[in-house]
Each structure stands twice: as structure tokens, then as C-alpha cells.
Ligand binder design. Sequence first.
Ligand code: GAR
Length: 187
Amino acid sequence: MKNIAVFASGSGSNFQAIIDAVKSGKLHVNIKLLVCDKPGAFAVERANTENIPRFVFTAKNYNSKVEYEEDILRHLKNNEVDFIVLAGYMRLIGSTLLGEYEGRIINIHPSLLPAFPGKDAIGQAIDAKVKVSGVTVHYVDAGMDTGPIIAQKAVELSDDENIESLQEKIHRVEHELYPAVIEKLLS
Ligand code: GAR
């Protein structure tokens, strides 16, 4: 079985969906490590509850991205991580991690890329008044949400859609899609 690390910055509901898929036997990977850049994030509590080792860091305590990514890399190597799954990790991956893991890092993004890249993809979709948005899983490269697309799923917007309601719809799709894609890639 492959060893994965999940990177998250926030609530970690996708992290939880991955944990639950492993527990229920739908996903055959070892979750070796949570990497989180926000000490107060709920994702960290989820890791504690599940006894998953975690590396939590604060970027501003380092002199550069290279320095904190070297620290991350040390933890990945110590845990023999084969594959990196970004799940709401709100930082661009830099050359240090790409140098070691390019082609073995995936991300989930709450829009149908290349539409609405970057932050607040859900708010961007609401503002643009689109009728369809969705979810994309893609390989990570040096750009912002630009790597090769692996899977996409559409979500329809109702006429009175708001950020909260669209976020809920998107999360529901993400929690199914992400574990299924990881299983397909790694099992
Ligand atoms: C997810 O919707 C994910 O697609 C998005 O952050 C959310 C994290 O939710 N990622 C991005 O916007 C990346 N550009 P979670 O912490 O509950 O998994």
C-alpha cells in the first residue's frame, strides 16, 4: 500500500472523507502524516482524534518557502511518504517539494478548472452567475491550479444559489470524488 501525506489549512472535511474511506475499506492507502500550516485548524484536531502524526508549522517563523518546505520534506521522508494529497492547503507548492514529488502531488479545487482558479473559487462562481460549476482534481505543478486535470464533476447552481449552499453542494461532491480518484491512482 502507498503511504500518503495530506496537506490542509482549514476544516479538513476532505481529510476526514479520506480517513473515512480508508476506515470503510473503500480506499487502500496508509495515511502517514497531516501537514498543516495553521496551528488552530480543525484539520489538526481530526488528526489528533485519529492518531495520525502531524507536522504543523507557521510559515512566518521561517526565512523562506525553501526553508519551510525543506522542513516538510524531512517529515515526508521520515514517514516514507510516496504521494501528497492537497486538501484545502492554501499555499503554492514550491520548487523544493516539486523537485522531489512532482507527478506525485494532487490537489482538489472547487471549480471546473480552468475557470475560477485561485482563492474563493466558490465566491467567483456566484459573482459570475454561472449555471454550472464543479470540482476538479489535478496534478500540481508550479502554477496556480494549472496542472494536468485528472477528474472533474459538475455541480448545477440554482437561481438563488449563495456561497454557503454552493459550498455544501461542492463539499458533498468532493467527499465522494477525492477518495475515489486517490484509490484509482494508487491502489
Ligand atoms: C475544499 O473545498 C477545496 O476544494 C478547497 O478548499 C476547501 C477545503 O475544505 N481548495 C481550494 O480552494 C484550493 N485552491 P476542507 O478543509 O473542508 O477540506
